[in-house]
Ligand binder design. Structure first.
Ligand SMILES: [Zn+2]
Length: 402
């Protein structure tokens, strides 16, 4: 493993001061070019890797992730000194009110493209703040950049861009899917018994290249310390990223960067992610015992995936955009295996509605024990095609988990 030393992420106050410094430099140093200077905050470290056993290979050193936070998101051309994997954007106003064009290495802009709002996942408000199903979180998107060196945003009237971050997710993660042997051929229904948790072959954080330093502030304190509560339900999302992703681990690192650093949640919001090949990835950090999402008392760590309904809610994100296209059979099979193992472990009935009670606010709300993000929040997530597919997921989960 190659160890790099990079600055830890800054506290909000430090970042504010950083923006002021950058704005000063921008105004007095780069005004002639009209190019704001961007913050580089990449880092690379992590706990010891554990080999995936689902047919993937472990290769290379820990990937180096670099990111540039826009000092003035939504305004001007944002350029980077490194090739971008993706641009993460958070905005309020119309979900269809943002357009983006990439800038190549020579400074030439490409064509404008519409930015579609993805999963508006989010960290719960502080205890005592009341949330309802009608509350609308900000829009979020992660747009693949394919090696550009900058971007520019254009927004409709009434749209405000809160955060914009250019990410180089790096390469060479320890996990690489193998074309010959994949997690694919899982047929969980065949056994007739509930799959064990965790399912075999879950790619742990160290293997997809999670830089654990990003969970800490500059003073060494954990940004979002783990909190554990009894599991009450499972919620399915999609990432609204490209289908048949050639490097799912890199996309997950980009999501981690956006969630942990740009959105300041201190970690990736989902408990699990599943790619089109059916490989399951560990999401939110829950300890170093190798059991994803749980503590030793079988409680689940609180994630940041369903704004206002996070404690006790296990979030599973499907990698891709399932607005029109259904999940692949491999992805569907792994989702069923995972939800059945969770339903059996926590005695959840996937065919029923529950009364979810927030352990922090005490507020109760009705919804499905196994549902989609849109069951809890005003959003398209997990996409209409994946949402329709959930009825089959529930049936198969119930068959296995009983
Ligand atoms: Zn979602």
């Amino acid at each position: 493993m190659v160890n790099h030393t990079y600055p830890r992420r800054q506290s909000p106050t430090e970042r504010q001061l950083g923006f002021l410094r950058r704005d000063f430099v921008t105004v007095f140093g780069l005004a002639a070019l009209g190019l704001p200077l961007l913050e580089a905050c990449g880092s690379a470290s992590g706990r010891p890797a554990k080999a995936a056993d689902d047919g993937g290979a472990t290769v290379g050193a820990q990937p180096r992730v670099r990111a540039s936070q826009a000092a003035s998101p939504g305004r001007g051309v944002q350029r980077t000194s490194f090739p971008i994997t993706a641009v993460g954007i958070t905005w309020t106003g119309s979900p269809r009110g943002v357009r983006l064009r990439f800038i190549d290495r020579k400074g030439q802009p490409g064509a404008w493209q519409a930015v579609g709002a993805g999963c508006p996942c989010g960290k719960d408000p502080a205890p005592g703040t009341v949330r309802t199903k009608s509350a609308t979180p900000p829009n979020r998107a992660l747009v693949p950049a394919q090696g550009s060196y900058g971007y520019q945003l254009d927004v409709d009237f009434g749209v405000e861009v809160i955060e914009a971050i250019a990410i180089d997710a790096g390469s060479g993660s320890k996990y690489r899917p193998s074309p010959s042997k994949s997690a694919a051929a899982k047929t969980p229904d065949a056994s007739g018994t509930a799959p064990a948790f965790p399912p075999s072959g879950v790619v742990l954080r160290a293997d997809w290249g999670a830089d654990e330093a990003k969970r800490f502030t500059a003073d060494g304190s954990e940004s979002s310390p783990t909190r554990f509560t009894e599991a009450q339900m499972v919620t399915v999302h999609h990432t609204a990223t490209p289908m048949d992703d050639p490097d799912p681990a890199a996309t997950i690192r980009a999501i981690y960067e956006q969630h942990a650093v740009s959105n300041e949640w201190g970690d990736i919001g989902y408990h699990f992610l599943i790619d089109s090949r059916g490989t399951i990835y560990e999401g939110r950090f829950s300890g170093t015992d190798g059991i994803p999402a749980h503590n030793a008392r079988d409680e689940v760590v609180t994630g940041f995936h369903t704004f206002g309904f996070n404690p006790g809610n296990i979030g599973i994100a499907l990698l891709g955009d399932f607005s029109k296209e259904k999940p692949t059979s491999r992805m569907h099979g792994s989702l069923v295996e995972l939800t059945a193992s969770l339903a059996a472990r926590h005695k959840l009935d996937p065919l029923t509605d529950i009364t979810y009670t927030s352990p922090t606010s005490g507020k109760s709300t009705g919804g499905p024990a196994l549902g989609g993000h849109r069951d809890w929040t005003s959003t398209e997530c997990p996409g209409s095609a994946a949402y329709l597919d959930l009825s089959a997921v529930r049936e198969r989960t119930a068959h296995l988990a009983r």
